[in-house]
Design a protein around this ligand. Structure first.
Ligand SMILES: C[S@@+](CC[C@H](N)C(=O)[O-])C[C@H]1O[C@@H](n2cnc3c(N)ncnc32)[C@H](O)[C@@H]1O
Length: 345
């Protein structure tokens, strides 16, 4: 990967993902974008992986494992106090001192963030479908990571600073812009929950949980709390997990779903990690399944093809429905990467 390209990724990460969400990573990413030595290290990431996320997570991971390091005090996730910025010279020298291990981490690990706040749009969509269909449902989360968004029905929801649903220590918060707060229907039907991932995060595996936490931006204390609480929920044990990474394996799990159930498949921030040929094979697989049964597919991505289809620069929430072998596709809403705001269409 050339340095100009890597530099551009850090600038774009700062401007379109961190701005307004993480002041620390905003400043840090801009500083890294101007440092060729650090860009060279970051460029070691595997093809398809979001470079700034994995590079910053690698440093965060090492600090979470070594909280006594001087740099750790500037990470609110570890030092437990907010700071105006992470001192760049200290950050830089930590990276150079730990260059070999950082390269090893970003070469071997993948970005597997599990962003619970994405439930902010899952609950309105799923509760409506399940209520309208009025029968038990099977929900399959492709690229489930630790499976935390599958428990969307167990959390507490606040929209526009108003509590509107549930009672839980896992708090989902979002701002509804340009539309009204969506109707939320009580879920009274049983749901069979299935999570598929190439690498299922096991809540009992300390190292995997440190990596999951390392992927959270260090000044987002609420996300750390939500993650810890969500990992403790008993319902997590009821999810059926499948380790799979190929389209035929996904298809086998999908075709096995109870035909009497409403079937909802979803993927949030996953398909962008598929090479183009795999994405095409995935779409073809959905078409095949649609010829054998009705189902819904909710896709939440910021891939260029979706952005172009809907003429937007925001993350697209799109619902595909197969009914009687016919496909229909609707743009439901636009959002940001973490579901902090949602603009329903
Ligand atoms: C950025 S994470 C998003 C996790 C979760 N969907 C969320 O929104 O919080 C992407 C996930 O997709 C998974 N993934 C990527 N490619 C995959 C593949 N070919 N098969 C299975 N899982 C895959 C990764 O392992 C990772 O857990």
């Amino acid at each position: 990967m050339d340095l100009v390209n890597t530099k551009g990724k850090f600038i774009s990460f700062a401007e379109s993902e961190c701005k307004g969400n993480s002041e620390l990573y905003y400043k840090l990413s801009k500083q890294v974008s101007g440092d060729d030595t650090l860009l060279k290290i970051a460029a070691t990431a595997k093809a398809g992986q979001p470079v700034p996320n994995i590079f910053l997570a690698a440093v965060h991971y090492l600090l979470l494992k070594n909280p006594g390091n001087g740099l750790a005090a500037y990470y609110p996730s570890i030092g437990k106090k907010q700071v105006p910025e992470i001192p760049f010279p200290l950050f830089r020298s930590f990276c150079l001192d730990n260059e070999a291990v950082i390269r090893e981490i970003i070469l071997t690990r993948i970005v597997q963030t599990n962003v619970i706040n994405r439930c902010a749009y899952l609950l309105p969509v799923f509760s409506k479908i399940i209520t309208e269909e009025n029968r038990p449902a099977t929900i399959i989360d492709i690229g489930t990571s630790a499976g935390l968004t599958l428990n969307f029905d167990k959390y507490e929801y606040w929209y526009n600073n108003q509590k509107v649903y549930g009672d839980s220590k896992v708090i989902i918060k979002s701002k509804i812009t340009g539309s009204t707060i969506p109707a939320l229907f009580p879920i009274t039907q049983p749901i069979q929950k299935i999570g598929i991932d190439q690498n299922i995060i096991d809540p009992a595996d300390t190292d995997q949980i440190i990596w999951l936490k390392a992927l959270i931006w260090p000044d987002q204390a609420e996300r750390f709390i939500a993650m810890e609480e969500a990992l403790k929920t008993e319902e997590l044990k009821k999810i059926e997990f499948f380790r799979a990474e190929t389209i035929p394996d996904f298809e086998a799990v999908i075709l096995n779903a109870d035909k009497a159930h409403t079937l909802i498949i979803y993927a949030t921030h996953v398909l962008y990690q598929f090479p183009q040929t795999q994405k095409e094979a995935f779409d073809a697989m959905l078409e095949r399944v649609g010829q054998s049964r009705d189902f819904y597919f909710l896709s939440v991505e910021g891939t260029e093809s979706l952005l172009q289809r809907y003429q937007t620069r925001e993350i697209v929430i799109e619902l595909t429905q197969f009914r009687d072998k016919k496909k229909s596709q609707t743009l439901l809403a636009e959002t940001n990467g973490h579901g902090n705001w949602i603009k329903w269409v």
